[in-house]
Ligand binder design. Structure first.
Ligand code: UDX
Ligand code: UDX
Ligand code: ADP
Length: 434
C-alpha cells in the first residue's frame, strides 16, 4: 500500500512541529493536523505558533497549505487517510486510582470515539505518538475492534527548544507493531532518516521504551545532583566529577549537569508512570528504586530553597530577590513542572519581594519584569533558576554596585564562574562546588 495521506490528532508541542518537518521531508504525501481546539488551529494557520521553537517558521512556511493543513474538521482529517498519529496530551491522572502517577488517556479515548464514529473506507494505521501507558495498544484494539485498523507505537523523543533539530536528526526512530504496517510507516521516515536508525520492535517494547528513556534521563540528573550534595560537604567540585565520570565512554557525558532539579512536562510524568507500572505489577523493590529518583529531585529543590534562606539568616521578609529564569530549561517558554514554581512559592511564603525575569517563560498570575533594566537596584540576592545564555552576559560588577549589601548570588545552574563572582564581592553559592 502506498501512503498518500497522513493525519495527526493534536496540534500541540508534538503534533505541530512533527507534522511540519514530516511534510517538508515527504512532499508526495499530504499531512492534516486536526485539533478540537479552534483557537489552537487558528494560531497555526496564522503563524502565531502556540509553541516557541527555533526554525519552526521555516518548515511551516515551506509546507502550510501545500501539503500541510491545520483543521478542526474531522472529515478533512480522516477522509481517505492511510496513517493517523495520536499526538494528544496524556497528562498525569488527577483523580481516582493512580492519581498523580498514572497517565490520563481520556484525550486518546476521545480520539478513538471520533474514529469509531467515522465511516473508514480503507485500512487505517493508527500510531501512538504521545507517551501512553503500557498496553494502551490493547485498549485501542478493543475499542476499535470492528474497524479495519492496525495499531503501531512510534514514540516521540523531541525535546523542547531543540524540537526541529531532534526531528531532522533523530538518534533513532522506534516503530513497534505488525511488520507490514510498521514498514509502511517507516517508508515516510526513510525519506530523511538513515535506514539503520529505524528500529522495529514489538509494540509493548516501543511503548515501554519511551517511558524508560525519560526515566533514565531523570535518573542521570538525580544521580549527578546526589553527588553535588556530597561535593558540598567535602569540598569536591561536581563539574569536575561530571567531566571525569562522563569521559568514560560507557557512561557518556550528556545529561550530567547538576541543577536545581529537572522539570518539564515529560521527565516527572513518565518517571511517575514507570513507578506506577511497577507498583501495579507488585514489583515493590523496582518501584522503590525509581521512586528514589523522584524523591531526590524534590529534595534538590528543597535544598536549594533552604540554602537561600539559611544563608540569608532566615530573614527574607521585605528583602528584594531577583529571580533569573522561570522556564524549566533554556530556549523554551515552558514553565511546566519547572523548579522555579516551588522556589518562587517558598520565597513568597518567606515574604521576600520578588522581581522575576525570564526572556520567554511566564508563570500564570505572577507579575514579571519585562527586561533586566533596573532589576538589581536595591536587591539583596540574585537567584538563577534557568541557564539562559543572556544571564551570562549581565554586567555583574554593575549589578553588585546597585545591590543592597551584603549581595548574594545563588546559582541553581552553576552558570557563572564562582571565583569571578566572589572577586566582585558577591556571596556566591553554586551547587556542589565551593
Ligand atoms: C569495573 C570497571 O568497569 C572498571 O572501570 C574498574 O576499574 C573496575 O571495575 P570489572 O569489575 O572488571 O571493571 O568489570 P565490568 O566490565 O565493569 O563489569 C562489572 C559487572 O557488571 C560484571 O559482573 C558484568 O557482567 C556486569 N555487567 C556489565 C552487566 O551485568 N551488564 C552490563 O551491561 C555491563
Ligand atoms: C525530555 C526528553 O529529553 C525528550 O527526549 C522527550 O521527548 C521529552 O522529555 P524535555 O522535557 O524537553 O525533553 O527536556 P530535557 O532537555 O530532557 O530536560 C529536562 C529537564 O532536565 C530540564 O529541567 C533540564 O534543565 C534538566 N536537566 C537536563 C538537568 O538538570 N541536567 C542535565 O544535564 C540535563
Ligand atoms: P503534547 O505535548 O503531547 O503535544 P499539547 O498539550 O501541547 O500536548 O497538545 C495536545 C493537543 O491535543 C491540544 O492542542 C489539544 O487541544 C489536542 N486534543 C485533545 N484532545 C483531542 C482530540 N480528541 N482530538 C484532537 N485534538 C485533541
Amino acid at each position: 500500500m502506498q501512503i498518500n495521506k497522513v493525519c495527526c490528532f493534536g496540534a500541540g508541542y508534538v503534533g505541530g512541529p512533527t507534522m511540519a518537518v514530516m511534510a517538508s521531508k515527504c512532499p508526495k504525501q499530504t499531512f492534516v493536523v486536526y485539533d478540537i481546539n479552534e483557537q489552537q488551529i487558528e494560531k497555526w494557520n496564522n503563524k502565531q505558533y502556540p509553541v516557541y521553537e527555533k526554525n519552526l517558521d521555516e518548515y511551516i512556511n515551506q509546507t502550510l497549505n501545500t501539503n500541510l493543513i491545520f483543521t478542526c474538521d474531522i472529515d478533512i482529517a480522516l477522509k481517505d487517510c492511510d496513517i493517523a498519529f495520536l499526538a494528544v496530551n496524556t497528562p498525569s491522572k488527577k483523580y481516582g486510582l493512580g492519581a498523580e502517577s498514572s497517565l490520563d488517556i481520556s484525550y486518546i479515548d476521545s480520539c478513538l470515539q471520533q474514529i469509531k464514529k467515522y465511516p473508514l473506507t480503507r485500512k487505517l494505521i493508527l500510531v501512538e505518538k504521545s507517551t501512553v501507558p503500557i498496553k494502551t495498544c490493547d485498549y485501542i484494539n478493543a475499542v476499535l475492534r470492528d474497524k479495519n485498523i492496525c495499531v503501531l507505537s512510534n514514540p516521540e523523543f523531541l525535546a523542547e527548544g531543540t524540537a526541529i533539530q531532534d526531528l531532522l536528526n533523530p538518534d533513532r526512530v522506534i516503530i513497534g507493531g505488525a511488520l507490514e504496517s510498521a514498514q509502511q510507516l517507516a517508508s515516510l521516515y526513510e525519506q530523511w532518516v538513515p535506514k539503520e536508525k529505524i528500529i522495529f520492535t514489538n509494540i509493548y517494547s516501543a511503548e515501554l521504551s519511551k517511558i524508560v528513556a525519560n526515566s533514565f534521563l531523570a535518573q542521570r540528573v538525580s544521580s549527578i545532583n546526589s553527588i553535588s550534595i556530597i561535593c558540598d560537604k567535602i569540598g569536591a567540585d561536581v563539574n569536575e566529577i561530571s567531566q571525569c565520570v562522563g569521559s568514560d565512554s560507557r557512561i557518556g557525558n550528556k545529561f550530567l549537569k547538576t541543577s536545581v532539579g529537572f522539570g518539564g512536562s515529560c521527565l516527572k510524568k513518565d518517571l511517575l508512570c514507570l513507578i506506577y507500572l511497577c507498583e501495579s505489577l507488585q514489583l515493590d523493590e523496582v518501584a522503590q528504586y525509581w521512586k528514589q529518583v523522584y524523591i531526590l529531585n524534590e529534595f534538590q529543590k528543597q535544598r536549594f530553597y533552604n540554602l537561600i534562606t539559611t544563608s540569608m539568616f532566615n530573614t527574607l521578609r521585605n528583602k528584594i530577590i531577583v529571580i533569573l529564569g522561570v522556564a524549566f530549561k533554556a530556549n523554551t517558554n515552558d514553565t511546566r513542572e519547572s523548579a522555579s514554581l516551588m522556589i518562587i512559592q517558598k520565597l513568597q511564603e518567606e515574604q521576600a519581594i520578588l522581581r522575576v525575569y525570564d526572556p520567554q517563560g511566564k508563570i500564570d498570575k505572577l507579575e514579571q519584569c519585562q527586561s533586566l533594566d533596573g532589576i538589581f537596584q536595591g536587591a539583596s540576592a540574585i537567584v538563577i533558576l534557568t541557564e539562559w545564555e543572556e544571564f551570562t552576559k549581565i554586567d555583574y560588577a554593575q549589578a553588585y554596585d546597585e545591590m543592597a549589601k551584603p549581595s548574594y548570588c545563588f546559582d541553581g545552574r552553576n552558570l557563572l564562574q564562582g571565583e569571578v563572582m566572589k572577586s566582585l564581592g558577591f556571596l556566591y553559592y553554586g551547587l556542589g562546588r565551593m
